[in-house]
Structures are given as structure tokens and as C-alpha cells.
Design a protein around this ligand. Structure first.
Ligand SMILES: N[C@@H](CCC(=O)N[C@@H](CS)C(=O)NCC(=O)O)C(=O)O
Length: 129
């Protein structure tokens, strides 16, 4: 299993954390986002969206790649159920994503993104005749 990521990428972190919690051996392939390595033709072959993370792995002898951190984590959870990331009880499982979403919504990063969005809208409005 091979994880294409960048050390400062929060999306790649998520997958790294899931791989670590599940103790899944993998190789790390650094993609230097600040140097634009995600935009090379070679990398676009892996992910046309020019983003990390990309997880490359084999299933039934076939090599394939997954993108989108949450989809990757859900795949890992289903394919490797040992060391589960979610609680076993359905009620606890149902609460886990709610807690995660709330944490994301309240996080400083989310607030910064919302503030930047509001500022962009305000600037665009001011430029309108
Ligand atoms: N929804 C995607 C988001 C992936 C994403 O935004 N990755 C960022 C790093 S956190 C990236 O690769 N950005 C490339 C760039 O800035 O050019 C996921 O969860 O995997």
C-alpha cells in the first residue's frame, strides 16, 4: 500500500492517522505541494484533481487508486475491519460522525475559511456597479 501525501496536508493526515490506528503497513510517497509537484503530468495520472492524498493498493491482484480522504478511510474500515475506527454499538456509531462534524464546524480552520469566504463575497459586492 502506498500513500501519496504532503506532511502539512490535513486531508493526508486523516489517512495517515487511520493507517496508524489500524497498524497497516504502507509506503509513503511525498508530493511537495509548495513546489507544485501535484500539478505535474506524472502526478495528474494518479489524481487528475492534482490533490493529495492518493492511496494506491491492490485488491484481488489488481492495482488501483483511491482519492478523497474520507472515502479512503471508509474503504480501509471496510476492507480491514480489525482495529475498528468506529465504536461497535450502532447508537455510538451514529453519534461518532455527528461529533466529528461538529468538531469540524467549530474548528479554527473552519472559522477562518468562513471568514475568508465572507470577505471574498464582500469584496465582490463592492466591485459591482
Ligand atoms: N476532499 C479532499 C481534499 C483534498 C485536498 O484539498 N488536498 C489538498 C491538501 S490538504 C491538496 O492536495 N491541495 C493541492 C493544492 O493546493 O494545489 C480530501 O478530503 O481528500
Amino acid at each position: 500500500m502506498k500513500l501519496y501525501g504532503y506532511w502539512r496536508s490535513s486531508s493526508a493526515w486523516r489517512v495517515r492517522i487511520a493507517l496508524a490506528l489500524k497498524a497497516l503497513p504502507h509506503e509513503t510517497k511525498p508530493v511537495h505541494l509548495l513546489r507544485g509537484e501535484q500539478r505535474t503530468e506524472e502526478y495528474r495520472e494518479l489524481n487528475p484533481l492534482s490533490q493529495v492524498p492518493v492511496l494506491e493498493l491492490e485488491e484481488d491482484g489488481k492495482l488501483f487508486r483511491l482519492t478523497q480522504s474520507m472515502a479512503i478511510i471508509e474503504y480501509l474500515e471496510e476492507r480491514f475491519p480489525e482495529r475498528p475506527l468506529l465504536p461497535a454499538a450502532p447508537a455510538d456509531r451514529a453519534r461518532a460522525p455527528t461529533r466529528r462534524d461538529r468538531q469540524l464546524r467549530d474548528s479554527t480552520v473552519a472559522k477562518l475559511v468562513a471568514a475568508a469566504g465572507a470577505r471574498a463575497i464582500e469584496l465582490r459586492r463592492r466591485r459591482l456597479p
